[in-house]
Ligand binder design. Structure first.
Ligand SMILES: Nc1ncnc2c1ncn2[C@@H]1O[C@H](COP(=O)(O)OP(=O)(O)OP(=O)(O)O)[C@@H](O)[C@H]1O
Length: 235
C-alpha cells in the first residue's frame, strides 16, 4: 500500500507540487497523467526519497524513509542510472547483495531471459543502449520483489517485445498484491492495466477516477474530458 499526504515540493519559488494526497491499495495500479511540467516526476521522485519535500509518504504503512520501507520499495527512473564499469549481471548481483536478497542465480537468469538480456549479461553499463539500460533497471527493481513499485515513463524507449513483457510483469505484480504507480504520457500502453487514474495539472490532482467510474470509457476519452479536450493537450 502507498499513501501520500499533503505533499508539497518547491524548487526555489516554483511550487511544483501543491498539497497532493492520494493512496493506492495493495494489488492496484495507479496511473499519474498530466501534461509536461504538471509535477508527475516530482511526485515520483519525492516518494522515492530523491527530493526534499514536506508531507507524509508511507509504504506499507511505514514512513518511506524507514529502512524497512525501503526494503520493500522499488523505483524505475525515467532516465536509468548505470554503473559504467559493472556488467549487466553484476548490476543484478550488486542489488542482490545490497538488499541481502535470497535470490538464486537461476532467478536472475530467468529475469534476464524475460527481458532479452541474457546474451548481454557481460556487457558493461557504458556499453548499453538506452533501452537496454531501462531493461536492466526494470530487472534490478523486480529482483527486490517489492510490495510497492514506481515506474516513471517506463515504456518510452523500450522495443515492442520489452513493452509487451513489461505489461505482463505489471499484470503479475498486480495479481501478487503489489502496489504499482506509473507516470506516463502513453495512454494506449496502460489502457488494460490501470485501476485508478490521477490527472494532474499545474502541481495538483484535478481528477481521480477508478475503472468503475470510467464505465468502459477509454483512458484518453476520460483524460481529455477532465483536462479540457485534446486540442488543449496538444497546444
Ligand atoms: N530541478 C528542478 N529545478 C527547478 N524546477 C524544476 C526542477 N525539476 C522540475 N522543475 C519544475 O517543476 C515543475 C514540475 O516538473 P516535473 O518534472 O515534475 O513535471 P512532469 O509532470 O514530470 O513533466 P514531464 O511530463 O515533462 O516529465 C515544472 O514547472 C518544472 O519546470
Amino acid at each position: 500500500m502507498l499513501e501520500v499526504r499533503n505533499l508539497v515540493k518547491k524548487y526555489g519559488k516554483i511550487v511544483a507540487v501543491k498539497d497532493v494526497g492520494f493512496s493506492l491499495e495493495n494489488g492496484t495500479v495507479g496511473i499519474l497523467l498530466g501534461p509536461n511540467g504538471a509535477g508527475k516526476s516530482t511526485i515520483i521522485k519525492s516518494i522515492a526519497g530523491l527530493l526534499r519535500f514536506t508531507g507524509d509518504v508511507r509504504i506499507e504503512g511505514m514512513p518511506a524513509r524507514d529502512v524497512n520501507a525501503k526494503r520493500v520499495f522499488a523505483y524505475v527512473p525515467e532516465i536509468p542510472a548505470m554503473f559504467e564499469m559493472l556488467t549487466v549481471r553484476e548490476h543484478m548481483n550488486y542489488v542482490k547483495q545490497a538488499y541481502a536478497l535470497d535470490v538464486t542465480e537461476e532467478e536472475i537468469d530467468a529475469l534476464l531471459e524475460r527481458f532479452e538480456l541474457r546474451d548481454k549479461q557481460d556487457k558493461l553499463g557504458n556499453e548499453l543502449s538506452k533501452g537496454m539500460m531501462q531493461k536492466v533497471s526494470i530487472c534490478c527493481a523486480l529482483l527486490i520483489k517489492p510490495r510497492v513499485i514506481l515506474f516513471d515513463e517506463p515504456m518510452v524507449g523500450l522495443d515492442p517485445m520489452a513493452i509487451k513483457e513489461l505489461k505482463n510483469v505489471i499484470g503479475e505484480l498486480k495479481s501478487d498484491g503489489v502496489t504499482v504507480l506509473i507516470s506516463t504520457h502513453m495512454l494506449e500502453m496502460v489502457e488494460e492495466l490501470w485501476d485508478v487514474m490521477f490527472v494532474m495539472e499545474e502541481g495538483t490532482i484535478i481528477g481521480e477516477y477508478t475503472k468503475e467510474d470510467a464505465k468502459g470509457k477509454a483512458l484518453d476519452e476520460l483524460f481529455f474530458g477532465i483536462t479540457g479536450g485534446e486540442e488543449q493537450w496538444r497546444a
